[in-house]
Design a binder for this molecule. Sequence first.
Ligand code: AMP
Length: 360
Amino acid sequence: MKSHSITLGILGSGQLGRMSALAAAELGIRVHVYGPDKDSPAEHVAAKSYIGSYTDKRKLKAFANSVDVVSYEFENIPVETIRYIQKIKPVYPDDRLLEISQNRISEKKYLNDIGIPTTRWAAIYSPSDIDKAVSDLGAKNYILKTTRFGYDGKGQTVHRASDNAKKSFGKLHSNELILEEMVDFKCEISVIIARDKNGKSAIYGPMLNVHRNHILHTSTVPAKLDAKVGTKAKRSARKLADAVGLIGVLGLEMFVTRDGRILANEIAPRTHNSGHWTIDACSVSQFEQHVRTVCGLPVGNPTPHSAAVMTNLIGNDVKNMKKYYEMKGACIHLYGKLLTRNGRKMGHVTVLKPLRAGLK
Ligand code: AMP
């Protein structure tokens, strides 16, 4: 496929779609976006946008017919929507990866089945399952999470083994939960992998991630970690990408425990917030890799030319931009969101420090 003749469709019209559309434009690829909201971050930069629900087959068909290939920037697109579009145009990554990562039980089960360790967990359908899981796992503290639609710490509660199971179960108003043993982690990291149709892959990270109020605050690269941690983390991401036959980009979030184990926590079947630094610190960003791989082009070299610290601009942070406009090495990215809300990701800033030799 020649890049100048490609039109890429992206389902979801948030900041990830916006940054992929900007990367696509650099490659001469047009992007059509589809999402439920008017005046969205991706709509501002796309060649064309479709406003519609993810179940509106008539609109979805028109969107699919207007593009050569489809991808998504948001993991809560219904799998049925992807399957419907797959009958019209190819969708990458495919429905299988999306389905696995949409449910925390299938996600953990899949990771464990292919030999990627996670924290110990149990599926919970009733309060008595909680009592059983706590005693089977011997967990002192545990987290209950809804299996679907949780993000940035929403849909999860932390408990002690002695808590009343009935009350804990009732708090999340769902009949399907996952109980996870609380990990006493040293730090949180992530790795992002891009894989093309020929199975060639490119990896970013590990990134060292710090959260505030359950929302990613900073990602730092290079992460000051034992080299073995980085090797193991990258090996897990490669194993996962190969197992699902990834065409596209995925992010794998992991905990590094105090005793040196690496436990996978979550799969993002898309570009990831912890990879935003790649726009400014690499010749090929995670967004360009996304566009390249789903459009049938080869993955590019992910080697960074600079060390980077990416800071998310959350809510009112965008009202205090003066220091960033004046800061040496600061690369500012604002998403064009008109409404500032508490906890809303409004933009990010990446501060660069050139590296003498590229990172390995
Ligand atoms: P998640 O929605 O699973 O990405 O969780 C959001 C954040 O909650 C993570 O980044 C961790 O800081 C924390 N967290 C989630 N699961 C666990 C766990 N099993 N043990 C300790 N902390 C966790």
